[in-house]
Design a protein around this ligand. Structure first.
Ligand code: SF4
Length: 187
């Protein structure tokens, strides 16, 4: 039986990520990502790549954002649109459960969009021009419990389809970097 796992876009393609500058953070994520990928391949898990909601809305040269900025009807509608074909694929795999075992979804903790258990929060908006206190504004960004907007919309769509209890949602990266590896090891 084929094992199927849906993963956030940048777990397979880091080019979609917002540009990072902290080399320590980049190395830590890359080590974990490769460990995860090797384990998935060695375990013969088929990976389905979710679309990246930020790249498909704002492109490669976007700033980093926080979840509060995406918590609006326009971003949520975009998430719903790009997740619709994913839900259709999920339903087809679940329906053919003699052929496939759906393991669940893996998000990216800390992301304003794809965080599953943790996302980032701040009261960010406005122009940079003529602004004072920018350092304080940037420093006000906090990692906290909760899902990013894409994962929130995904959960809503799973609920609407009556599929919430059929798939689990885990995630990679800080602050619980080994959580997802444990999920893979339990398979
Ligand atoms: S929005 Fe999601 S898929 Fe896109 S770069 Fe961020 S975490 Fe990765």
């Amino acid at each position: 039986m084929k094992k199927i796992l849906f993963v956030s876009h940048c777990i397979l393609n880091t080019s979609a990520k917002v540009v990072l500058y902290n080399q320590q953070e980049i190395d830590a994520e890359e080590n974990l990502r490769k460990k995860f990928m090797r384990k998935a391949i060695d375990s013969d898990i088929q990976l389905i790549q979710l679309p990246c909601p930020e790249f498909t809305l704002y492109g490669a040269r976007r700033w980093g954002h926080v979840s509060n900025q995406f918590d609006n009807v326009f971003f949520r509608t975009h998430c719903r649109d790009i997740l619709t074909p994913i839900i259709q694929q999920l339903k087809e795999y679940l329906q053919n459960d003699d052929m496939f075992e759906v393991l669940g979804f893996v998000g990216v903790d800390g992301s304003p969009s794809c965080g599953a258990d943790y996302t980032c929060y701040a009261d960010w908006y406005g122009s940079f021009d003529g602004r004072t206190g920018l350092d304080e504004t940037l420093a006000s960004c906090k990692l906290g419990k909760g899902s990013g907007i894409l994962i929130q919309v995904l959960k809503e769509m799973l609920e609407e389809e009556g599929l919430s209890d059929k798939v689990r949602i885990s995630s990679l990266y800080a602050p619980e970097p080994e959580k997802c590896m444990k999920m893979l090891e339990s398979i």
